[in-house]
Design a protein around this ligand. Structure first.
Ligand SMILES: CC(C)(COP(=O)(O)OP(=O)(O)OC[C@H]1O[C@@H](n2cnc3c(N)ncnc32)[C@H](O)[C@@H]1OP(=O)(O)O)[C@@H](O)C(=O)NCCC(=O)NCCS
Length: 127
């Protein structure tokens, strides 16, 4: 489901600092995936995901399963699990192209723009 090009965030996925959730269909096939970085790595690079704790680096639903509530449920579950994993943090973060349909979904779920980085919006909501 992830793109084949090398995207540096993807290197986090096997780390214990990453909270990964999948959605599966009745046959057990993965139809949605979300990955969240729990803590920050400010010492090792300038990327936004290194600066903010509870940062969702991947949100993806298979095209044939989109617009059926899978993304909403993955995101709500990610927020709920974050509260349990890291109760010391107040906000969960993600980045989005403001022109994309995903932005509407995030706003509907309470995310608000925090800053703009090279055209992408960094959004957050209280957990
Ligand atoms: C963005 C993405 C993860 C959203 O996942 P999704 O499963 O389609 O999300 P949902 O179905 O929960 O919500 C999408 C829309 O469907 C609607 N919807 C939710 N449940 C629904 C249901 N049961 N029936 C019909 N429509 C529904 C929602 O109202 C929502 O509309 P809105 O965005 O206008 O508010 C998915 O479209 C995707 O993978 N896109 C490509 C990758 C991408 O852009 N990732 C995000 C990068 S930041």
């Amino acid at each position: 489901m992830l793109s084949p090009h090398q995207y540096r965030y993807e290197r986090n996925i096997h780390s214990p600092n990453c909270q990964n959730l999948v959605a599966v269909d009745a046959g057990g096939s993965v139809v949605g995936y979300t990955s969240l970085l729990l803590d920050v790595y400010p010492h090792s690079g300038p990327e936004v995901w290194r600066k903010y704790p509870l940062y969702i680096g991947v949100m993806a639903v298979s095209p044939e399963w989109q617009n059926r509530g899978v993304g909403t449920r993955l995101l709500e579950r990610q927020v709920a699990e974050s509260r349990l994993s890291r109760p010391q943090y107040s906000f969960i973060h993600l980045e989005v192209d403001p022109e994309s349909a995903a932005r509407r979904l995030y706003e509907r779920l309470g995310f608000e723009k925090l800053e703009v980085n090279q055209g992408s919006w960094l959004m957050r909501r209280a957990i």
